[in-house]
Design a protein around this ligand. Structure first.
Ligand SMILES: Nc1ncnc2c1ncn2[C@@H]1O[C@H](COP(=O)(O)OP(=O)(O)O)[C@@H](O)[C@H]1O
Ligand SMILES: [Mg+2]
Length: 629
């Protein structure tokens, strides 16, 4: 089997061809004029082909045949005809060039729009969507699926259209030239079709087998590359080689069979079409001898038979690639149809000022004070100062239905307080923070922020009032400075450096080759895990929010550095409500309240001294009687 996230081409059939096609047409509808123009030029190109062949008849009948045996034939009419023929074909070539250009425009434009739509839509999707779709799966919509669509729009559809017109035109012309010979040709084509199907059918079977074998070989190679170290450690090199030899041999056999049939198909087709050509020519000759047909007609008819079978093969080939592309389009539309993250919030965060009586008024310019602007159904608007008071009331939550992760969590954090969560891996610590910033939603009224139900707060405004240092840090391609500034885009260089100093990141940044201008690439592969965490802390410091969430923010930082940044962290936490999840209990010692989580429940709570006196789980953790994750 091929590795996960890998997809074999051709194995997917669209589920709802009509609907997908309809939606694609909607995407193309802004190119209506261009499409019509392209269609006209396709028509011109196909017609030139059909008409050009017809020219053979008058050229042979009116000039070549009468000229036979003549000493000084008058070539002027003949030359005129040949020039005209050239003109027809030139028109055809121009038509082909123009429609290809137009289709290129249409396809690249449509694909650009689809990519923009997909990317934009992806930004609006809830975290839950990314939990349930692998990166490989999402990436393939932007790469494979878009590629097959490009192929279909720029080649598949115009070819199909042109081939259909050509086949129809050629068929009509053949009928006009000689109905009798046409019947003969159709009959022979039918025989050819049967032969091809017999051979082709077998071939398809072997090709499928070959695909399977390729998948097995590739999967095996991938697995062995990934597991290289394990293979070496346990001395399995020889067994691995033997197994590969086996799979490789099966692939060789399947390939041989597949290509034996595919290999004979083309020459057989070629030979058969010559046989058909010869038979048609002979039949035409017999008719000519009996005065049923003239030489010019035979000439152009024979030429028509040659351009009859080719577009038929084209059509069948294009159909396959179009079906493939529609399957891709369907997956693209599926992504576009995914329900975006819903946000019914209407409470906004605004600049505010306070008068001497403590009344809060909205302000247009930054004042250093923020307020929640809360419009009510009766038309009044109230303002509440942003303080960072967070309360949970009996919150029960699960990522999946009927699997609760948090059970009846109640807690409060008053402005400026530091609340710590400790507990083993999987206890639900990260989940609590995921709820505060509404990565996932809980039922109404369960979580309040400055007294406001967080479901009423606009997500963007809610998240603006919080800064998080996530458990897995992520850095973007760009300079160190850019990455710190990600916390607040209008921060000056000085503010960013100040934040880096606070997080104790300044000293290592100084030693980077270009200091703050060092480019970070591929998610910070040129930095250590701990250095990345320091940058993430600096990023949160720049954001300067009233509420700070630190999820194991210092887990990869050595104890010595942690001790160094402790002072910076204390400054960072000053005056803010902080939720801190910590790996090392030394970090949480001075918290206002420590919550010990176990299986989604708070089993102990209190200050460090309270909990030590309690001699419960925290005491065990603290004194090292229990391992902490
Ligand atoms: N995105 C998710 N989808 C489903 N289950 C999850 C998801 N994230 C975490 N869980 C589950 O929720 C539980 C709590 O996880 P988490 O809050 O990350 O624990 P921790 O205390 O280690 O931070 C775990 O059992 C975990 O398997
Ligand atoms: Mg966690």
């Amino acid at each position: 089997m091929p590795g996960p996230g890998r997809r074999q081409h051709g194995g997917f059939k669209p589920q709802n061809t009509g609907k997908t096609l309809g939606r694609l047409i909607k995407y193309l509808s802004c190119y209506r004029l261009q499409l019509i123009t392209a269609a006209i030029f396709i028509l011109i190109s196909a017609a030139a082909n059909v008409v050009g062949i017809y020219f053979l008849k008058p050229i042979i009948n009116n000039y070549i045949v009468p000229f036979i045996g003549q000493k000084n034939p008058d070539l002027s009419g003949f030359i005129k005809m040949v020039m005209l023929l050239c003109l027809v074909y030139l028109t055809g070539v121009s038509g082909t060039y123009i429609y290809n250009r137009i289709m290129l425009n249409i396809s690249t434009g449509t694909l650009k729009k689809l990519r923009v739509d997909m990317f934009t839509h992806m930004q609006s999707l809830p975290i839950k969507f990314f939990d349930t779709h692998t990166h490989g799966e999402l990436m393939s919509r932007f790469t494979n699926d878009i590629d097959t669509l490009r192929e279909m729009l720029s080649h598949g559809i115009p070819n199909l259209f042109q081939s259909s017109i050509t086949v129809t035109g050629v068929f009509l012309m053949m009928l006009i030239l000689s109905p009798l010979l046409t019947i003969l040709v159709i009959f022979m084509l039918f025989l050819m079709f049967l032969t091809v199907r017999k051979i082709g059918g077998k071939s398809a079977m072997y090709f499928k087998k070959q695909q399977e074998e390729i998948g097995k070989v590739n999967g095996y190679i991938e697995e062995m590359i990934e597991g290289q170290k394990v293979v070496k450690v346990f001395n399995h090199e020889n067994t691995v080689k033997e197994r590969f030899e086996e799979l490789n041999e099966q692939l060789r056999q399947a390939s041989t069979s597949a290509h034996t049939f595919a290999g004979i198909l083309m020459p057989i087709m070629g030979n058969l079409s010559y046989v058909q050509y010869a038979i048609t020519a002979a039949a035409g000759a017999v008719m000519a001898v009996n005065g049923l047909i003239d030489l010019g007609t035979i000439g152009s008819f024979l030429q028509y038979t040659r351009s009859f079978s080719q577009p038929i093969t084209q059509i069948s080939q294009q159909m396959n690639s179009i079906l493939n592309a529609l399957a891709g389009a369907e997956r693209i539309f599926q992504l576009l149809d995914t329900e975006p993250e819903s946000d019914n919030g209407y409470v906004e965060l605004v600049y505010a000022s306070k008068d001497e009586n403590g009344n809060i008024k909205e302000s247009d310019t930054p004042t250093g004070i923020w307020a929640w602007k809360h419009p009510h159904s009766d038309g009044t608007v109230t303002y509440t100062e942003l303080n960072g008071d967070v309360r949970f009331e009996d919150v029960t939550f699960g990522y999946e239905e009927n699997k609760t992760v948090l059970k009846g969590i109640s807690l409060y954090a008053k402005p400026g307080q530091k609340i710590a969560f400790v507990g083993s891996t999987g206890a639900g610590k990260t989940t609590i923070t995921n709820l505060i910033n509404r990565f996932y939603d809980v039922p109404d009224g369960k979580i309040r922020y400055d007294g406001i139900n967080i479901n009423k707060i606009k997500k963007a405004d809610l998240r603006r009032s919080l800064a998080m240092v996530l458990q897995d840090t992520h850095l973007f391609t760009g300079t160190v400075m850019d990455n710190i500034r990600y916390g607040r885009l209008d921060a000056t260089d000085e503010e960013c450096i100040e934040a880096a100093k606070l997080a104790n990141a300044h000293s290592f940044i100084k030693h980077l080759p270009q200091g703050y201008n060092t480019i970070i690439h591929a998610d910070g592969s040129n930095l250590s895990q701990g250095q990345k965490q320091l940058l993430a802390i600096a990023r949160a410091a720049v954001a300067n929010p009233p509420v700070l969430i630190l999820d194991e923010a210092t887990s990869s930082i050595d104890t010595r550095t942690e001790a160094l940044i402790e002072k910076g962290m204390d400054t960072l936490m000053e005056g803010r409500t902080v939720f801190v999840i910590a790996h090392r209990l030394s970090t949480v010692r001075n918290a206002n309240a420590i919550m010990v989580l176990e299986n989604g429940e708070i089993i102990e709570r209190g200050t460090h001294d309270d909990l030590i006196a309690l001699k419960g789980k925290y005491y065990q953790l603290y004194t090292g009687m229990l391992e902490l994750s």
